[in-house]
Design a binder for this molecule. Structure first.
Ligand code: TXA
Ligand code: MG
Length: 306
């Protein structure tokens, strides 16, 4: 974790520096046309875990993935005709579209919190556009504020909220819209409005009760189909053990007890346990500090009777 956060004005040099840090797996704050985002390589699970670590999010909500254009988006999400029309009409711009995730997309499972759908956005802001093109990979980016605080529309807001927790803020002044993107879901059937925002989508059926404004509210959050037992130090026969540190063998969230690594592996291991031959799942105890709290929140939800 960096001890000092630098603020650099948007320029070729600051974008090159931001791209270098992102290549190292660090999250970097950068202006978009809506709010400042905290961006990391969406294909690097540990980099995505560091977003949650920096924000101090107590649970894993799925994140919006940013790409430079519709072509890049079509490599990740499966577009219906309606979704494509919407994208052509409003991208680049403050619209996010939730789509079925393509099977061959390389986005880390932590980005979607294990879901088979993905939220995609093509931002219009030249700073975020420049970063996307410099990195050459999709960027996961929630708003660049600590969990529970208001969304940042200036670099100083980011500094106040995340100073000392991230290495760099790319400052492009005040964001133009000051309001998070509109979110529309196109995951089968008609378009559904999940979050109101700067763009009006009259075709979308309003479903704001289904949106996830608070942590963990997503009704369709991934949960395994098998029963899950928590805080297990000695698994029973018929249990697939998701290990942690010294408890468990090869199927371990992190043999060294590294919570960033554990968060990065969580959804892959849950899917793996669900697909295994064992009829039940067990999970070793994970310390409840920092990212561990978010991991435990997810494990408790996965263990809750349905
Ligand atoms: O304007 C914005 O959208 C900003 C800038 C940085 O792009 N980003 C942003 O991200 O607001 P965030 O993480 O604060 O909001 C992401 C929201 C989640 O709370 C959830 O409502 C929705 O996107 N979301 C993401 N993936 C989803 C999925 N697969 N299904 C349904 N909703 C999803
Ligand atoms: Mg937010």
């Amino acid at each position: 974790m960096p001890e000092a956060t630098r603020i650099l004005p948007f320029s070729d040099d600051s974008i090159a520096e931001a791209a270098r840090l992102i290549g190292e797996g660090q999250p970097v704050a950068i202006a978009t046309e809506t709010v400042y985002g905290l961006a990391a390589d969406a294909e690097n699970a540990e980099a995505v875990a560091r977003i949650y670590e920096a924000k101090g999010r107590p649970s894993f909500n799925p994140l919006i993935v940013h790409v430079p254009d519709l072509l890049a988006a079509q490599r990740i999400g499966d577009f219906s005709d309606d979704a494509k029309r919407l994208a052509e009409q409003h991208w680049p711009g403050p619209l996010t579209i939730v789509l079925p995730l393509k099977a061959d997309a390389r986005v880390a499972s932590l980005v979607t919190a294990g879901l088979s759908t993905i939220a995609l956005r093509v931002p219009a802001h030249p700073a975020m556009q420049a970063l996307l093109r410099a990195v050459g990979r999709p960027l996961a980016a929630p708003s660049a504020n600590a969990s529970g605080s208001i969304s940042p529309t200036r670099a100083e807001h980011v500094l106040k909220s995340l100073g000392g927790r991230i290495p760099l803020i790319v400052d492009a002044g005040r964001t133009e819209r000051g309001l998070e993107s509109t979110i529309v879901a196109s995951t089968g059937g008609e378009l559904r409005l999940l979050r109101r925002g700067p763009i009006e989508v009259p075709d979308a059926r309003e479903e704001t009760s289904g949106a996830i404004e608070a942590p963990g509210q997503l009704a369709s959050h991934y949960a395994p189909s098998k029963p899950l037992r928590l805080n297990v130090t000695a698994p029973e026969p018929g249990e697939f053990l998701i290990g942690f540190e010294s408890i468990g063998g090869s199927e371990n969230l992190s043999a060294t007890g590294d919570l960033v690594e554990a968060a990065a592996r969580l959804f892959d291991l849950l899917h793996h346990a669900d697909a295994s031959a064992e009829p039940r799942i067990a999970a070793a105890p994970v310390p409840d500090s920092g990212l561990g709290a978010a991991i435990n929140d997810r494990l408790r939800r996965a263990a809750a009777p349905r």
